[in-house]
Ligand binder design. Structure first.
Ligand SMILES: [Zn+2]
Ligand SMILES: [Zn+2]
Length: 220
């Protein structure tokens, strides 16, 4: 598995390209934009984007969405509860950041629990509300062959050493902690997490050292 991280826009929001090691197809997770560096990478490696996957609907994760859609024609996937944020600068919070972001509606809606086979990858959708009502984490594996360690893209749900903010509309600290406990902590310790901001980590390190999860330390 190849995972490439791009730190984009003034919020330093991570955009990821994920692809099977020997493949010619890829998915893009959170096109935070601008997309020039991502486009260059895709061209250099001859990768075709088959799907654009959104961890949630905040503007800093979709500033490059229309740009990428225009260049690739790839379909967009987002949880149904965050779908209204794509088209509404007030809902995706860009109206308050001085640069309104309004995208076209998504092609595909998740409800949580789906499995999507695309680009030689198997994407499992874990609904993890709390940061936003439609926040998801994406467990991405290979369609063929085993992937060890497992990898999960955690958006703004779980970070290295922290968790997502819950002071935006629709946020809930209790719900976020419950989502992390239910959907993420059952993963093996060596599972790599790729968050929406800052560096990657592992489930084991977060179980042991994340101050928000300390009470969970002994449990699975
Ligand atoms: Zn966010
Ligand atoms: Zn963010």
């Amino acid at each position: 598995m190849r995972v490439e991280r791009f730190v984009l826009n003034e919020m330093g929001t991570n955009c990821y390209v994920a692809a099977p090691e020997d493949g010619r197809e890829a998915v893009v997770i959170d096109p935070s934009g601008p997309m020039d560096a991502v486009e260059r990478f895709l061209q250099e490696h001859g990768l075709i984007v088959r799907a654009i996957l959104l961890t949630h609907g905040h503007a800093d994760h979709l500033m490059g969405l229309e740009e990428l859609r225009g260049r690739t024609g790839a379909p967009v996937y987002v949880h149904e509860a965050d779908a209204p944020m794509l088209t509404d600068p007030a809902k995706n919070l860009s109206a308050f950041m001085g640069r309104p972001v309004a995208c076209r509606p998504p092609e595909n809606l998740w409800r949580g629990g789906e499995t999507l086979d695309t680009a030689g990858l198997r994407v499992r959708v874990l609904h993890t509300p709390g940061h936003t009502p439609g926040g998801v984490c994406l467990d991405i594996a290979l369609q063929r062959g085993e992937l060890r360690p497992k990898i999960v893209f955690t958006g703004d749900t779980l970070f290295a050493g922290s968790i997502g903010r819950t002071d935006f509309p629709g946020g809930s600290h209790e719900t976020l902690l419950a989502s992390i406990r239910r959907a993420l902590l059952p993963y093996p310790d060596d599972t790599v997490i790729y968050p929406g901001h800052e560096e990657d980590s592992t489930i084991g390190d977060e179980r042991r050292f994340n101050p928000f999860l300390q009470e969970e330390g002994g449990r699975k």
